[in-house]
Design a protein around this ligand. Sequence first.
Ligand code: HEC
Length: 100
Amino acid sequence: MKTILLTVAICYSIDAAAQELSPSMSNGKIIFQSNCVRCHGDDGKLGKFGAKDLQKSKLDDKRLYKIISNGKWLMPRWKKVLTPEQILSVIIYVKTLRYK
Ligand code: HEC
């Protein structure tokens, strides 16, 4: 019985670690809400400190990756704060705002 419980626990934590590593929209939403909402707002339209309207943004993935990593003017650089996987997750989420 103990072995079964241990196996289940190990499998569960491997699964959780895998989720953390693979970019996903749900991770992106959490990352967006804790780091980006204060300037961009929940819907991407807040525009605080001159933040661009993310619903109107037309940047492709490559440009999104670049601006989120390196920042631009008052847009902070995130590459020291977020892992590449987290940046990819937040890109997936940011693009869903375009369909709001
Ligand atoms: C301190 C305020 C602030 C925070 C926090 C912030 N941004 Fe920005 N963001 C800006 C500003 C200002 C710009 C406009 C930069 C420019 O082009 O002059 C911008 C631009 C952008 C753009 C470019 C849009 C376009 O079409 O040009 C994207 C994408 C973006 N931010 C995503 C994010 C994400 C994702 C986060 C969280 C990880 C985030 N921002 C956090 C202020 C912020």
